[in-house]
Design a protein around this ligand. Sequence first.
Ligand SMILES: [Zn+2]
Length: 332
Amino acid sequence: MKICTKCILPETFPGVKFDENGVCSHCRDFKGIEALNEQKKEYEQKFLDIVEQARDRGSYDCMIAYSGGKDSTYTLKVLKERYNLRILAFTIDNGFISERAFRNMCSVCENLGVDHLVFRPRFDLMKNIFLKASENDIYSKKTLERASTICTSCIGIVKFVTLKTALEKNVPLIAYGWSPGQAPVNSSVMKVNPQLIRATQSVTQGPLSKLVGNDVNAYFLTDEHFAMTERFPYNVHPLAFLDYNEDRIKEEIGQIGWEEPVDTDSNSTNCLLNAYANDVHIKRFGFHPYVWEIANMVRTGVMGREEGYDKIYGEQPGGLLDEAHRRLGIKG
Ligand SMILES: [Zn+2]
């Protein structure tokens, strides 16, 4: 299989083209690290401005969608220690959070002095979503270039449950720990509004309710939420403009009690379903659902090519698929 000699995109990735040197079209289109750094500075300033607006308005300045993984843990640490925000860490337990990740969340929140709220959607419904999402293409091609159907379904629920909770609690800022490869700088500080959310919500809610029924509507905004127009928060994902280095991040969060899980795959530090979701996606589409994210990080110099290559094409720890199959009730 042909793989880009600069990043790690494979020839099986939709729409990718290679030149005579084996460099992919995404790498040729990249405007360079200097332009990116300029953009990062601009967005960091925007972020600083809205942090000041968010301060001391309600009980919390900021909510963070907290998975217990390394990226959201680091984001939480920075928001607390560097910007001194009053934070509510908010976790959606999809039924597949690694035990170590759970312990990590508890230690980190305790050590940082942060309130922590865990919401656990009923497992029968989540299981049904994951099973049906592994057999049906319910999202656009573009979406599936960036994440598996299972991941997209789960993250969709996380985003809308988090937003409706922020609206109910009147929290002006929602932070996510998206890696710099996952989400671009130009979306890292964004005010959301009812119109935008109605449109994006229907893209997830519509297919999911068709797949598993209307019970899933409990995880989405209702007209009551949409009427709270004054409360619609800013979404931020600070890792897009902060310095990002995986080893340094792990070292820093190690100091507040985070320990690396040994039971997750190379692209997750919290979720035991991820290996299964990746496996389904690779078999279905012929490319790894994390390759776009990791290729972005390699291209922009955030991650070494060898390290990125290993994450996508390297051997995964054994037993992860069996465990996911068992918990989902898949035989065989
Ligand atoms: Zn490339």
